[in-house]
Design a protein around this ligand. Structure first.
Ligand code: BEZ
Ligand code: FE
Length: 294
């Protein structure tokens, strides 16, 4: 049977056009658009690199191993997207913020949806390890007004550089996680311990790829936030320690200048006592500005 959409027989020169024209009857226009772009760029890359059969098979086996590494707890394809910078690019495209609003960054795989709501000022460090840290700030709109009733979901690594879900049975459940809700002043504060830089899971094909490319798997120390409030766009972001050794080489490209926070070491006795602390601690002040929906 003849096919009206066929561009002739497949040749090295017209390879992409022939494949794209074969999809002309796709019922989903967005899928057809996506597959056209992927086909064109993939064929262009193959024409540029001219892989040998062995090299192409190696690429196929890399993707095969990436799939085999995935299960309910491990998503190696997301890690691949992360280290290729694609997760951050999709995040940037989908979170273009108005001027003055806080910037977003990657969610990462370690968020849990059912972290406990805690009273403002609570300590999210349940294992007693690490350098004490007080985190505080305000949730504001782009005019600088406080946002009441904002829901702040925060999570971070413990002093060993692991999330609780990576060490079930070793760390207490919900260690370094909490949900806080702002009052009329938009203020939030909680106690924790200074987070540590840590490697993204690197015992799979993505880790092998990073090593082969001379790249390390580390993320600079950070705290994760999801901030939600009625009438505002949800903000998924982090704050980073600018003094971290990996701040300029985050394995997943999540760092932005505006997300740097100052981790001030408080050693002054009066300030230590004023906070009811027993010893020096780090104080981190950071305001978040939410963009309105509309
Ligand atoms: C994280 O920050 O939790 C994370 C982000 C991307 C990949 C792995 C971990
Ligand atoms: Fe993280």
């Amino acid at each position: 049977m003849s096919n009206q959409t066929e561009q002739g027989y497949f040749t090295e020169e017209n390879s992409a056009e022939v494949v794209v024209s074969r999809n002309a009857n796709a019922s989903d226009a967005r899928l057809a658009e996506l597959m056209e772009a992927i086909t064109r760029h993939l064929h262009a890359a193959v024409k540029e690199v001219e892989p040998t059969q062995e090299e192409w098979f190696k690429a196929i086996m890399f993707l095969t191993e990436t799939g085999h590494k995935c299960d309910d707890w491990r998503q190696e394809f997301i890690l691949l997207s992360d280290v290729l910078g694609v997760s951050m690019l999709v995040d940037a495209i989908n979170n273009r913020k108005p001027s003055g609003a806080s910037e977003s960054t990657v969610l990462g795989p370690f968020h849990v949806p059912d972290a406990p709501e805690r009273p403002m000022g609570a300590d999210i460090c349940l294992d007693g390890k690490g350098d004490r840290m007080l985190v505080k700030g305000r949730i504001l709109d782009t005019d600088g007004n406080p946002i009441a009733g904002a829901r702040i979901d925060v999570w971070q690594t413990n002093d060993d550089g692991f999330y609780d879900v990576q060490q079930k049975g070793i760390q207490p459940d919900f260690n370094f996680r909490g949900v806080f809700r702002t009052g009329a002043d938009g203020v939030y504060w909680f106690w924790g311990a200074k987070p540590k830089s840590y490697p993204i899971p690197d015992d799979g094909p993505v880790g092998k790829m990073l090593a082969a490319l001379g790249r390390h798997p580390y993320r600079p120390a950070h705290l994760h936030y999801i901030i939600e409030a009625e009438g505002f766009e949800t903000l998924v972001t982090h704050i980073f320690d600018p003094r971290d050794e990996y701040i300029h080489s985050d394995a997943v490209f999540g760092v932005k200048q505006s997300l740097m926070a100052e981790f001030e070491l408080v050693e002054d006795k009066a300030r230590i006592e004023a906070k009811g602390a027993q010893a020096p601690f780090f104080e981190v002040k950071h305001d978040f500005v939410l963009a309105g929906t509309s």
